[in-house]
Design a protein around this ligand. Structure first.
Ligand code: ADP
Ligand code: ZN
Ligand code: ZN
Length: 802
């Protein structure tokens, strides 16, 4: 028998499966989706079996054999293997990278397998019985060494034994100590009568045990129930009436018990949306729905009820959220509705904990997987529904190889399982909304808040005027007054510093002008080292001006303030305010997000100050004020999506205020109050924003009118990086049609990272049948030749930033 195997050798020029001989003793054991060890060159490497066959073209003297079978049960389903193939083409990655990204990281670490007995020992074939002896668990190695893997596999299929993986160090399986009463009533009676009468308590316990033969208890609970000390219990156990054992438990990342929630009676709009989703589930149609609902319109309740239906039908559901550590409240709602049927793939979990959740999914012990991007690979086999909440978020795109977008994978899986996908958002990405308009996606709209609360009132403050009236602080007069009011009323507020990435721009504090590229309508990026401004879309470069090109003021400088500085400022201006700061610095530790949010929820602070981290999912009844300190930071990012991101962020943060009984107020500070992204976010006017932004995209030939591919070339030597970026351009010019727009090579916006210089080339196209093949060829040249010269090349189809 021959196995086709994808080996774990990235950076090998050719990405294809290799044939290996399956040794006779493994023939009945190997399955597609199992991992193996195989010789590759001088080394033994990991590999995945992707198919099995009888013949090979490899001559006998060249054919090598599998050296070890790592899994007796496949770790990847056939669906995943097929999906990986698709990913290699659509993200231009190695197949091994696609396979690896689907597995929990514990499976990539060193680990030890054990075999656990799940039946009476006597049910096992004799050879295995003797291996187990008195033990309940034995190492897999022991079975392997005794050459009994075939028998083991048979027993596994019969459900007599189970494979358990004990991950070394990172994630030991957590166990609880339990007491098991002997399963033999006569023996128990014998023990009970043999205990001397003066040990009154022990006699009582032993007699009680006669009635509870074979049952299991947690020791301290048993003692409590029988009102005895552990010494008494131990006395009885010593006499053989019961025994201690350890039971593996799944770690429960949300140990605090969620109270059960019931389905709410839906509003008319919710009912309409749900009906269409259920219809599509019933028809087994792979429809992609775009659920566009303003903040607080009850999208989550629609998800919950659709999932309930999937569960009722014996199916499973995946729910993706942008960043799970930031959305504990959202996760909690799923647990409250579905309890133990939910597996939460939390980024803060240890490797072992994640692996536990993954196993529960694989075994069908849970029906709903909630997680960030990678949860899209949850190994369910009977999916009924896939949900992406906040579908516009850029975190759904992986920035490293494989550069997949969870939305695309979701849609692929929906076709595989014949089930619908729901993309939900208050501010859909332009791409998705455009597709909905073209009926590629089915649009569902929730235009009112579920509890009929009014949207918060939004005030836009012109920071130019503040400056003119002599206020040079970060807080406008309105915001200062609003904060003071909240402090006096003991209400809570959120102050939001809109800051992404590291790039900064140059702004005139008198008139609000930001220096833009004359070719691209994109903010120019400030490079401190050279005191220049650069456009990384077209490469145009100029000196930092000393006066404003519009109003000739000298108040022109680069812009950017950190949260720490603002915290200090708050303490100065509002000494009595209690502040919690949430940014990358304060949330490095595991569980820090939850702690900060819990503290805020418990009223331990008046002000929550944070970056875009706090824009999502917060739902606290006492928040009545949201302040956006500077809307300009995201508006002026050198990114064609800057306006879209600003609109999304402002809408999201505004949605945090006044979600419950107290009315909410939002104050947005900006130097560009007239910008349409800011004006239209005030009333959550998505469609007018969409129209206006689409017009801009059309004018400058940006997505979604065009597709974009970003190719990045890096090298320690700036000349090498530039030279090979030039070669990329030459290759593309040669191979692609003339309708394709080619831009570059230009230095990347962050032109040097970890001492590597970065150059980039952009491809803009509408339709280019040759594209994937051309890029594959380019990658092959890179892997065979350029890589030896220290070049690194990455290709990103549909990058989330340029
Ligand atoms: P979204 O996810 O669209 O922002 P949520 O699902 O968080 O909105 O709903 C906002 C609030 O409205 C929540 O407190 C939720 O419990 C409540 N809600 C949702 N649907 C209903 C309904 N049909 N009846 C009453 N309250 C609802
Ligand atoms: Zn000016
Ligand atoms: Zn430009």
């Amino acid at each position: 028998m021959i196995a086709q195997i994808i080996v774990d050798v990235s950076a090998y020029p050719v990405d294809r499966p290799f044939d290996y001989l399956v040794p006779a003793e493994l023939e009945e054991l190997v399955e597609v989706g199992c991992r193996v060890k195989v010789p590759f060159g001088p080394r033994n490497v990991l590999g995945f079996i992707t198919s099995l066959k009888d013949q090979t073209d490899v001559p006998d003297n060249k054919l090598k054999a599998i050296t070890q079978l790592l899994d007796i049960e496949p770790v990847l389903t056939e669906e995943m293997l097929e999906l990986a193939k698709w990913m290699t083409v659509h993200t231009l990655c190695y197949e091994i990278d696609a396979l690896q990204v689907m597995l929990p990281s514990a499976l990539r670490a060193k680990y030890e397998k054990t075999i656990k007995l799940t039946t009476e020992l006597t049910n096992l074939p004799d050879e295995l019985q003797s291996l187990f002896g008195q033990k309940e668990m034995i190492p897999y190695k022991k079975v392997e060494a005794a050459n009994l893997l075939k028998l083991l596999k048979y027993c596994m299929k019969q459900g007599f034994v189970e494979q358990k993986t004990v991950v070394k160090q990172q994630g030991k399986v957590k166990a609880v100590r339990k007491v098991k009463v002997l399963d033999d009533v006569f023996k128990l009676q014998e023990i009970a009568t043999s205990i001397p009468a003066r040990a009154k308590k022990q006699v009582q316990v032993a007699e009680w045990m006669v009635e509870h033969a074979g049952e299991e208890f947690i020791p301290h609970e048993l003692c409590e129930m029988l009102n005895i000390t552990s010494a008494v219990l131990n006395g009885v156990i010593e006499k053989g009436a019961a025994s201690y054992f350890k039971e593996e438990v799944y770690r429960n990342p949300f140990a605090k018990d969620a109270h059960k929630s019931k389905a709410l009676e839906l509003t008319g709009e919710q009912t309409e949306a749900l009906t269409q989703i259920l219809q599509s589930m019933k028809e087994k149609a792979a429809t992609t729905f775009l659920l566009h609902g303003i903040t607080g319109s009850g999208k989550t309740e629609v998800y919950l009820q659709a999932i309930q239906e999937a569960i009722n039908q014996g199916q499973e559901a995946i729910v993706l959220v942008p960043e799970i550590s930031l959305t504990p409240q959202m996760t909690e709602r799923f647990r409250a509705r579905f309890g133990d049927l939910v597996a939460v793939m939390h980024s803060g979990l240890s490797k072992g904990e994640k692996y536990d959740e993954w196993r529960k999914i694989g075994r069908g012990e849970v029906k709903v997987a909630v997680g960030a991007r990678s949860a899209i690979f949850a190994p369910f086999t009977n999916l009924g529904l896939i949900i992406l909440d906040e579908e516009h978020e850029s975190t759904y795109k992986q920035e490293d190889t494989p550069r997949y977008h969870a939305r695309d994978v979701a849609i692929w899986r929906s076709h595989f399982h014949h089930c619908p996908v729901i993309l939900g958002s208050a501010t859909p990405s332009l791409e998705s909304f455009a597709r909905a308009k073209k009926n590629v996606y089915t649009l569902l709209t929730l235009s009112e808040r579920a509890k009929k609360q009014s949207l918060p009132s939004v005030q836009v403050v012109d920071m130019r005027e503040e400056l003119h009236s002599g206020n040079r602080s970060m807080f406008s007069t309105s915001l200062t007054e609003a904060i003071q009011e909240r402090l006096a009323r003991k209400e809570q507020m959120v102050l939001f510093l809109n800051r992404r990435g590291y790039s900064s721009f140059v702004l005139c504090r008198d008139c609000g002008t930001v220096v833009q590229c004359k070719n691209c309508d994109i903010s120019m990026t400030y490079h401190r080292s050279t005191e220049t401004l650069k456009c990384h879309y077209c490469g145009y470069e100029q000196h930092v001006p000393t006066e404003c090109p519009e109003c000739h003021s000298e108040h022109i400088r680069f812009f950017g303030t950190g949260t720490q500085k603002i915290e200090a400022e708050i303490h100065k201006v509002f000494p009595e305010a209690r502040v919690l700061r949430m940014d990358v610095d304060t949330t490095r530790q595991k569980g820090a997000h939850e702690r900060i949010l819990d503290d805020f929820g418990a009223g331990k602070a008046d002000i929550l100050l944070g970056t875009q981290m706090i824009a999502k999912g917060l739902d606290f009844p006492k928040i009545t004020l949201v302040g956006v300190l500077s809307a300009d930071t995201s508006l002026n990012l050198p990114d064609f999506r800057a306006a879209e991101r600003t609109f999304q962020l402002l809408t999201q943060v505004s949605g945090r205020a006044g979600r419950h009984d107290l009315p909410g107020e939002v104050i947005i500070q900006t130097y560009s109050p007239e910008h349409y992204a800011i004006q239209l976010s005030k009333e959550q006017h998505y469609e007018p924003f969409y129209e206006q932004e689409m017009a801009m995209r059309h004018k400058f030939a940006y997505p979604p009118y065009f597709y974009v591919v970003l190719i990045q070339v890096t090298h320690e030597d700036v000349m090498m990086a530039a030279e090979y970026a030039g070669k990329v351009m030459d290759w593309l010019k040669l191979k692609l049609s003339t309708q394709v727009g080619l831009i570059g090579p230009t230095a990347a916006s962050i032109s040097r990272v970890q001492n590597r210089y970065r150059y980039q080339c952009l491809i803009k196209y509408k339709k280019e049948p040759n594209l994937i093949e051309t890029l594959q060829q380019l990658i092959r040249i890179y892997r065979t030749e350029w890589i030896k010269k220290g070049i690194q090349l990455t290709v990103d189809l549909d990058p989330s930033t340029i």
